[in-house]
Design a protein. Structure first.
Length: 230
């Protein structure tokens, strides 16, 4: 019998972040006539992403998310080479530059996997360590119509592998733990977090070499096309 609900991770599983450094360099040049190298843009974005990951729980509503994004933009500015044009750039514009450089795409196998799950009668709930903008991202990449609910760590106040975020997802799906399947690309956050709640889990290892050893007792797949709903 196939699961009654598919709980599925966001970043690295359904969507990917396009390389942001070239986009940031292009945005700074086009909007602000500020020239930085791709390496400099990459270092600034690495600093911003590190800050964001440590503070994404603050993005629990739209107002708080806007404040978090402004702080992220300031972190990015501080990590870029100092210049008068950059220092003079107003924070709203800088924030828009940052957001324009962060572009997400759905993985080629994401849509078909969600379609198969829904055709089998399963409810689909995205469970992700993300701020409340995730639903908007899924809308932009065209996956939102195939998703019944979106659960983010920021909205719940708990990040994977905490039990609270999985329990919230189960409640939205309306199923017991044993009747769900969770799929994600993190052994600790996704597989072990779900297993601790009694949810069967699958580890997605995109790009893993063929025949690469899997963690003991963990079911692994190389892509979402391998999910079987028959």
């Amino acid at each position: 019998m196939h699961p009654c609900a598919l709980l599925i991770d966001g970043l690295g599983t359904l969507v990917a972040l396009a390389p942001p450094a070239p986009a940031l360099r292009q945005e700074l040049a086009a909007r602000c006539a500020i020239d930085v190298s791709e390496e400099e843009a990459g270092r600034a974005l690495a600093a911003e992403i590190t800050f964001y990951r440590a503070h994404m729980g603050l993005g629990r509503d739209l107002a708080a998310l806007a404040a978090l994004r402004r702080r992220c933009a300031e972190v990015m500015r501080d990590a870029l080479p100092a210049s008068e044009p950059l220092a003079a750039l107003d924070l709203d514009t800088l924030t828009q530059v940052l957001l324009s450089a962060l572009r997400f795409d759905a993985y080629p196998d994401a849509r078909s996997a969600l379609v198969r799950a829904r055709r089998a009668g399963a409810r689909v709930v995205v469970v992700s360590n993300w701020d409340v903008s995730l639903a908007e991202v899924l809308e932009r990449v065209g996956l939102a119509p195939l998703i019944d609910a979106v659960v983010t760590s920021a909205a719940v106040g708990a990040a994977k592998p905490a039990a609270a975020i999985f329990e919230h997802a189960l409640g939205l799906a309306g199923v017991a733990a044993e009747d769900a399947l969770h799929v994600g690309d993190s052994l600790d956050e996704d597989v072990r977090g779900a297993a601790d709640c009694g949810i069967p889990a699958v580890l997605l290892r995109r790009g893993a070499p063929a025949g690469a050893p899997a963690p003991d007792g963990v079911r692994t797949i190389g892509g979402l096309a391998e999910l079987d709903w028959t």
